[in-house]
Design a protein around this ligand. Structure first.
Ligand code: NDP
Length: 434
């Protein structure tokens, strides 16, 4: 903590991971001898840079740019770029650290990294977004490459932004190095099912977790926070599995539709108009809109799927959810539950699917996009979706098995950390002290 002052989010995630893997380290003295823990919490490289750009009024703006290349033991650094005013080094380090284990869990050859900027895309014109992305990539391009570091989307970075970033990279490098970014458009080497992957993957994972408890999503009431990429496709798959999704949100507030969310209306507002979720009630007058995000967790539900951002379920919200009868929580966002909220869910025997395992579908399909780019070939939607289903099943089974092996039966937080950690630690030992 003294070495990384003020990095609260990073401290929290390190604490969660190191606590979980303590039994593994005890059992394997070579991890201690080789200082694996001391090495793994230190990023291999941190890049911080200035991002100057000119707004539509001709005024020069400056933002901070980050890329944390955390661990490349099992493959090139891989992880998204986040554009949000809350972005700082602590957040990028927490996301990058999580990414190491998540990527390992997918079973695919990708290391961990993350990046972004405190740029706020909200209210910016297309041209401003483009100029920002071009400036950001002008610096980032020196540090990435299809065998070095492969960024993707995250909060505030969707298909439009990846397009601008790729265009600038291609221009600077004078090469069509498609595998340098994932989440690309289908017309230029993107993968089918990438857009759906995180939300769908979350539901595949949750379905396995419920099935093991003789439960299913059919007929269940579900609350999903957010209305971005992850939330949208989580809603879609939850509805396909027969659940009734009654709420979703954005950073201003949430909507409650007791008859079940009309996803076409949400997609129109968020993907086409790029407007606020409050507009939902114009199309669905029987629904309610409430200002503020936290209230979404006071809605009675069987299953809660936080898909917006970190720290959105604190202990207080966790208590209300349990009081209202929630029996399963699946994390679509990264670290949406605080550590005390997670402890509370586990203490109350709520089935809990941690982000690292449950939202790994996005990066898994990103890795499949890299495979397709290397082959200069693309798979059909069904082929990618079937691979995603298999990957989520393996992640669920490996996490369950690891938890059981170390005496934490049913605890997927511990199980996923252990399952993700061992492969990376063993590769680090194989590579010597580097
Ligand atoms: P989007 O930008 O598409 O959507 C984010 C959603 O969360 C929006 O509805 C946004 O509202 C809301 N939100 C963002 N910040 C806050 C905040 N501080 N408070 C409340 N609401 C907020 O991002 P994604 O859907 O891609 O990402 C959502 C989460 O999932 C993130 O934690 C991300 O790291 C994680 N994730 C994403 C993956 C992916 O493939 N995209 C893969 C794995 C994890 P508003 O529009 O008002 O900003």
């Amino acid at each position: 903590i003294a070495d990384n002052p003020g990095e609260e989010e990073f401290h929290a995630t390190v604490k969660e991971v190191l606590t979980s893997i303590a039994p593994v380290v005890e059992k394997h003295p070579e991890y201690q001898e080789q200082a694996i823990l001391e090495r793994i919490v230190e990023p291999e490289r941190v890049i911080m840079f200035r991002v100057p750009w000119v707004d539509d009024q001709g005024k020069v703006q400056v933002n901070k740019g980050y890329r944390v290349q955390f661990n490349s033991a099992i493959g090139p650094y891989k992880g998204g770029l986040r554009l949000h005013p809350s972005v700082n080094l602590s957040i990028i380090k927490f996301l990058g650290f999580e990414q190491i284990f998540k990527n390992s869990l997918t079973g695919l050859p990708i290391g961990g990294g993350k990046g972004g900027s405190n740029f706020d895309p909200k209210g910016k014109s297309d041209n401003e977004i483009m100029r920002f992305c071009q400036s950001f990539m002008t610096e980032l391009s020196r540090h990435i490459g299809q065998d070095t570091d492969v960024p993707a989307g995250d909060i505030g970075v969707g298909g439009r932004e990846i397009g601008y970033l790729f265009g600038q990279y291609k221009r600077i490098r004078n090469a069509y190095e498609a595998g340098v970014l994932t989440g690309k458009g289908l017309g230029y080497w993107g993968s089918l099912a990438r857009k759906e992957a995180t939300g769908y993957g979350l539901l595949y994972f949750v379905r396995h977790m419920l099935a093991d408890a003789n439960e299913s999503l059919a007929g269940k009431t579900v609350v999903i926070s957010g209305s971005g990429n992850v939330a949208t496709y989580a809603i879609e798959k939850a509805q396909e599995f027969g659940a009734k999704v009654v709420a979703c949100s954005d950073s201003n507030g949430y909507i409650y539709d007791k008859d079940g969310i009309d996803l076409d209306v949400v997609k129109e507002i968020k993907e086409v108009k790029r407007a606020r979720i409050s507009e939902y009630i114009k199309a669905r007058p029987n629904a309610e809109y409430h200002e503020g995000c936290k209230g979404i967790w006071t809605i009675k539900c069987d299953v809660a799927l936080p898909c917006a951002t970190q720290g959105e379920i604190d202990l207080e919200s966790a208590k209300v959810l349990v009081e209202n009868g929630v029996f399963a929580v699946g994390e679509g966002a990264n670290m949406p539950s605080t550590l005390d909220a997670i402890d509370y869910f586990l203490e109350k025997d709520v089935l809990f699917a941690p982000a690292k395992a449950a939202n790994a579908g996005g990066v898994a399909v990103s890795a499949l996009e890299m495979s397709q780019n290397s082959m200069r070939y693309s798979w059909t939607f069904e082929e990618v979706d079937n691979k995603l289903k298999d990957i989520m099943k393996n992640i669920y089974e490996n996490s369950t098995k690891a938890a059981e092996e170390y005496g934490f039966k049913g605890n997927l937080v511990v199980g996923s950390n252990i399952a993700g950690f061992k492969k990376v630690a063993d590769a680090m030992i194989a590579h010597g002290v580097v």
